[in-house]
Design a protein around this ligand. Structure first.
Ligand SMILES: Nc1ncnc2c1ncn2[C@@H]1O[C@H](COP(=O)(O)OP(=O)(O)O)[C@@H](O)[C@H]1O
Ligand SMILES: O=C(CO)[C@@H](O)[C@H](O)COP(=O)(O)O
Length: 493
């Protein structure tokens, strides 16, 4: 029985699954925490990977592995393979002004034209999350660090490179040293940088002209973008398979989830992790000049369209903190209040917001009355407000004629019974809950199995036919007043 491993190096933790390459059966798993914060030394990701691998029983026996990861994080490396500063993550908003400046610059002073020009060029209007804005910020705020940059990678690229044995000069866990030209990535994650066009018909897809516009130079190594079933390297013998385990291209975490769920056009995934994501696969990417929808790539050659919020599971973590509640108590409280929380409405911009683009906004609790100042109403308002932000994202997808046939709810907070019960009220649609699982890590494992099959059968090897089972489907239960109340106050920030 050949085994494969899938890794999800996400915002809050590293999760690893080991699965049977043929059947997809789960064999072992492990996870380890990442530090809090929006600016993180990547060495913590490496340490968490090693801990999660050890908890998963080690990876010595896997024949292939692949890494999915939080998107967009700027991992800037010097010529010796050291990170020049802590990585700026997707939810770090310090580059919001840089994003605005780049939009106006590409539009030669016309913001609307600039927004559309970015959407046409790379699929997305720039916001602080995208890597290219972080490079502009680095150029202006930390010119000494900017001058040292020899390569720019993303979290999943960097981790794949480290697993292959590369890394900082003199680091005993990086026996192959700082070979920057060995960095590799995939189209799904590259498409979230802001300097890669997944639909380019010539060249390697990188828009070095846009990189130069942002960073002032383009003489940096960018990871080689490899195909969906190619292997970019083998894992170092200290990690896996006596130095013979193939490392797949990996993926941005949302593309990883898409392949993990086996998404087809018509499927929508709502992920409630650190980020809130509403995503859909399609044959071609959108070019949404409003900026509501990012037109990224998936990791099978299709497009992946996403609406992404900064305020998702951590809004519920904040509610638990305010209410001194564990997950169970928060859900019980929320379900004890009526739909609409008797007019109490949370606009959940606790970390600013990305969709809509309000990096400096803060959250607001509206409609406070004696009647609704109970723990139950507050708990429900937090969940409803968070879900209303995502429902707006779903509307933005629909506005682009994206078909909505099946909606699946995943991510850490999807486990909450209150989220599961309230979501069909707010989305007004049936919602399927897949069996509990780590769908990004599962997608990476499925990709690894595909890479393994392709190594023997060639490029025609089909994607492994692993089944994705739903544990239940909750019927649509629309309660329009919840979104109406939200829409009435959403812009009062
Ligand atoms: N039962 C639950 N109810 C509400 N939130 C939960 C529950 N279980 C986990 N979470 C939250 O889910 C988040 C982690 O989800 P995850 O999808 O792993 O995030 P990420 O991939 O961004 O690291 C945490 O904020 C955690 O508090
Ligand atoms: O920025 C995005 C997608 O554009 C986020 O979805 C990140 O990829 C983080 O994902 P999680 O850690 O929340 O899963």
């Amino acid at each position: 029985m050949a085994l494969v491993a899938g890794v999800d190096s996400s915002t809050q933790s590293c999760k690893i699954v080991v699965r049977d390459a043929e059947t997809g059966a789960l064999v072992r798993s492990g996870s380890a925490k990442h530090p809090d914060g929006t600016s993180v030394d990547p060495r913590f990701w490496w340490d968490a990977f090693l801990e999660a691998a050890q908890k998963a029983g080690g990876l010595a026996d896997v024949a292939a592995l692949a890494v999915g990861g939080q998107q967009h994080g700027m991992v800037a490396l010097d010529a010796q393979g050291n990170v020049v500063r802590d990585a700026l993550l997707w939810n770090d908003t310090r580059s919001a002004q840089a994003a605005e400046d780049l939009i106006v610059e590409l539009g030669e002073g016309d913001r609307a034209a600039g927004a559309q020009a970015w959407a046409d060029a790379v699929g997305s209007v720039l916001v602080a999350s995208l890597t290219i804005t972080k490079l502009r910020w680095l150029r202006d705020a930390e010119p000494e660090n900017a001058a040292r940059v020899a390569a720019v990678a993303l979290p999943h690229d960097w981790l794949s490179w480290r697993i292959a044995g590369y890394g900082p000069e003199g680091d005993p866990t990086a026996p192959l040293g700082p070979q920057l030209d060995k960095l590799f990535t995939d189209a799904s994650d590259a498409s979230g940088t802001g300097y890669y066009d997944a639909q380019a018909t010539s060249g390697d897809g990188y828009r070095r002209d846009l990189l130069a516009l942002a960073f002032g130079r383009d003489d940096v190594v960018l990871p080689r973008v490899i195909g969906s079933t190619e292997s970019g390297a083998v894992a170092h013998a200290t990690i896996a398979g006596d130095g013979a385990a193939l490392i797949g291209p990996g993926a941005g975490d949302n593309a990883g989830a898409a392949i993990g769920l086996g998404m087809q056009p018509g499927d929508i995934a709502i992920s409630i992790g650190t980020s809130g994501v509403v995503s859909a696969v399609a044959p071609r990417r959108t070019q949404d000049g409003t900026g509501a929808i990012n037109g990224f790539a998936d990791c099978t050659g299709n497009a992946l369209m996403l609406a992404v919020t900064l305020n998702a599971a951590q809004v519920l973590d904040a509610a638990r903190s305010v209410l001194d509640a564990d997950f169970g108590k928060l859900a019980d409280l929320a379900l004890a209040a009526p739909a609409g929380s008797d007019g109490l409405v949370l606009v959940p911009y606790l970390q600013g917001e990305r969709t809509p683009n309000r990096p400096n906004a803060s959250g607001t609790l509206h409609g406070i009355r004696l009647k609704n100042m109970t723990q139950a109403h507050v708990a429900r308002a937090y969940i409803e407000g968070m879900l209303c932000g995502l429902a707006d994202g779903m509307d933005a997808l629909r506005a682009l004629d994206v078909p909505v046939e099946r909606v699946m709810l995943i991510g850490g907070a999807a486990q909450s019974p209150a989220v599961q019960e309230i979501a069909p009220q707010i989305f007004g649609l049936p919602i399927s809950i897949p069996e509990p699982g780590e769908y990004v890590a599962d997608g990476a494992a499925r990709q690894a199995a595909w890479v393994l099959a392709s190594a023997t059968l060639g490029a025609e090897a089909p994607q492994p036919a692993w089944a994705t089972k739903m544990s239940k489907t909750l019927p649509a239960n629309p309660v329009p007043v919840v979104r109406e109340q939200y829409a009435a106050v959403r812009d009062l920030v």
